[in-house]
Design a protein around this ligand. Structure first.
Ligand SMILES: NC(=O)c1ccc[n+]([C@@H]2O[C@H](COP(=O)([O-])OP(=O)(O)OC[C@H]3O[C@@H](n4cnc5c(N)ncnc54)[C@H](O)[C@@H]3O)[C@@H](O)[C@H]2O)c1
Ligand SMILES: O=C(O)CC[C@@H](O)C(=O)O
Length: 537
């Protein structure tokens, strides 16, 4: 990732209405030169026409960030989603283009949970319908007999941030709560006082069912006609998560058939949904995607994404990444010192082979093995791919690009680091070759390459290196030094290593100048020199 200072203008394009208080961190930022453009309600083609020089795109849920938008955005580095759901962003396209996507996962949890409870209560007591009747001058007390929530069973499908908050509040209404989430453990269910259940068990037992999953291929149509068939007659359905988790046609049929007594919907498959057949049913109450529409939530999500934009440009890291491994700050701090080493080892290997890498084995040994090493692997892959992809490869897309070219990536952890506190060893396998390099961080002394192939070395991974394989015979080192001197290439450091006397040996030289292809040929022609490679780190 990049870090920036005031020397460059960063164009931040706000495409959906955001809380002005929420973007205050951006407005008052002094160290970065932010050019904030607010231009909302654009049609896709209008956004495409304006996005070429945009560095940061900020959206809520109205703007759909399609592949076409991403491809037109030649300078785009970051997409900020002021909210949770990122189903309006083509994540695959963003990742492919190395664009980091961040969201604000916590800022609207309360508001969405409160809205869900408001919708459930309104549904149980027909509040919107009764209000409409009264507004139209009719005092009708017979048509709107409701049901109590107390002692009813609420089924919560998707027990993440909002699902849990809904459960807390429903328990306050003295409801029994059943919950399903693939990550819900028995202990957590017990701790929260809910009954862990499957979706089917919820369908069979619940009086009210509310969904709180993201919209994913696995959750699309999660509640469909088969599930409605299992439900109790008179069940009530709430969706304040995403349109499409509940199949809209099947819900319509289940209401018309009298199976479902009513539905409260904040979200629809296609929004805005002003002309939807579900809205023609008196049993359906709805709001226009208002779950997160509170002053508090809007300020909070906008502050969160604004802070992440600033953090990205100042430190190169973000707090809420969507298309990168999300690692808590404290844990990230443990692996950050190894980032550069991992990248340099990858870069080193990319320069010792000319063949495409089929497989990479990354071994993390010692202390580093206790950490989440995924970002280290990304950095190593970035280093490996940068020879061919230049600065198009970054932490976001390094793994994606590697997998796209069919590279097999294997990570291995072990506690024994052979005398080092931490050791990262990377092996690449091509059609005809295998190469290995290992590196460590020396306390107070920085990064070192400590092993190349089978040879022990001690080299600072920086600058111009010459990696020479020779036959271990007297004179080889002197001849190399003399030839380099002839070419006016100054040797800064030199390391030699060998596996056995008289066998193959290696020389690792750091030199002050770039070594040209022509110079390499001269060195390679020297007696007992088998192979010479210039490596720039
Ligand atoms: N209406 C609104 O304005 C509004 C506001 C905020 C969030 N949302 C939406 O609410 C939903 C929940 O948000 P959140 O912040 O709680 O997200 P979250 O990530 O904290 O929780 C989602 C949960 O769904 C679970 N899940 C994933 N696949 C599942 C499956 N197949 N079956 C059951 N559970 C599954 C996950 O394990 C996770 O625990 C999202 O769709 C989000 O976009 C809507
Ligand atoms: O932007 C909004 O108001 C909706 C946000 C909400 O759907 C979310 O997923 O966070």
């Amino acid at each position: 990732m990049t870090t920036a200072t005031k020397t460059r203008t960063i164009n931040v394009f706000i495409a959906d209405p955001l809380s002005e208080d929420g973007i205050f961190p951006l407005r008052q930022e002094q160290d970065l030169d932010l050019n904030i453009i607010v231009d909302t309600g654009l049609a896709p083609e209008e956004l495409i026409a304006k996005i070429a020089n945009v560095d940061v795109l900020l959206v809520r849920s109205q703007t759909t960030v399609t592949r076409e938008v991403i491809e037109a955005a030649k300078s785009l580095k970051l997409i900020g989603r002021a909210g949770v759901g990122v189903d309006n962003i083509d994540l695959a396209a963003a990742t492919e283009h190395g664009i980091i996507v961040v969201n604000a996962p916590d800022g609207n949890t309360n508001s969405a949970a409160e809205h869900t409870i408001a919708m459930m209560t309104s549904l149980a007591r027909h509040i919107p319908q009764a209000f409409n009747t009264l507004k139209n001058g009719k005092w009708d007390r017979k048509s709107f007999v409701g049901v109590e929530l107390k002692n009813k069973t609420l089924g919560v499908v998707g027990f993440g941030r909002i699902g849990v908050e809904v459960a807390y509040r429903a328990k306050g209404q003295r409801m029994n709560v059943m919950a399903y989430d693939p990550f819900l453990t028995d202990e957590r269910a017990k701790e929260l006082g809910v009954t862990k259940a499957t979706v089917e068990e919820i369908c069979v037992a619940a009086d009210f069912i509310t969904v709180h999953t993201p919209l994913l291929p696995e959750t699309r149509n999660l509640i469909n006609k088969d599930k409605f068939a299992m439900m109790k007659d008179g069940v009530r359905i709430i969706n304040c998560a995403r349109g499409g988790i509940i199949n809209e046609d099947d819900l319509y049929d289940a209401i018309v058939a009298g199976k479902v007594a009513g539905a409260a919907l904040d979200v629809f498959v296609s929004e805005p949904a002003t002309d939807h057949k579900l809205l023609t049913l008196p049993q359906v109450i709805a709001t226009p995607h208002l779950g997160a529409s509170t002053i508090e939530a809007q300020e909070s999500v906008a502050v969160d994404v604004s802070n992440d934009i600033i953090k990205f440009y100042k430190t190169g890291t973000v707090t809420n990444p969507v298309n990168m491994p999300s690692i808590p700050k404290e844990l990230l701090a443990q692996v950050e010192p190894f980032f550069e080493l991992a990248e340099k080892l990858g870069s080193f290997l990319s320069q010792v082979t000319t063949e495409p890498v089929k497989e990479i084995n990354l071994s993390y040994a010692g202390e580093v093995a206790n950490y989440d090493v995924r970002p280290l692997t990304s950095n190593a892959l970035k280093g490996l791919l940068s020879k061919n992809h230049g600065n198009h490869v970054n932490d976001v897309n390094a793994r994606y690009l590697s997998e796209r070219i069919g590279m097999k990536i294997n990570e291995h952890k072990t506690t024994t680091a052979k005398g080092f506190t931490s050791l990262i060893t990377i092996e690449i396998i091509t059609a005809n070759e295998t190469h290995t390099v290992a590196g460590t961080l020396l306390n107070g002394l920085g990064a070192r390459i400590v092993k190349v192939e089978d040879y022990v070395v001690d080299v600072i991974p920086q600058g111009h290196l010459l990696y020479i394989k020779n036959t271990d015979k007297p004179g080889a080192i002197g001849r190399v030094a003399t030839k380099l001197a002839e070419k006016e290439i100054n040797i800064a450091t030199m390391q030699v290593g060998r596996a056995q006397v008289g066998g193959t040996a290696v020389m690792m030289l750091t030199v002050d100048n770039v070594v040209t292809e022509e110079d390499l040929v001269f060195v390679a022609q020297l007696e007992n020199i088998d192979e010479v490679k210039a490596i720039n780190l």
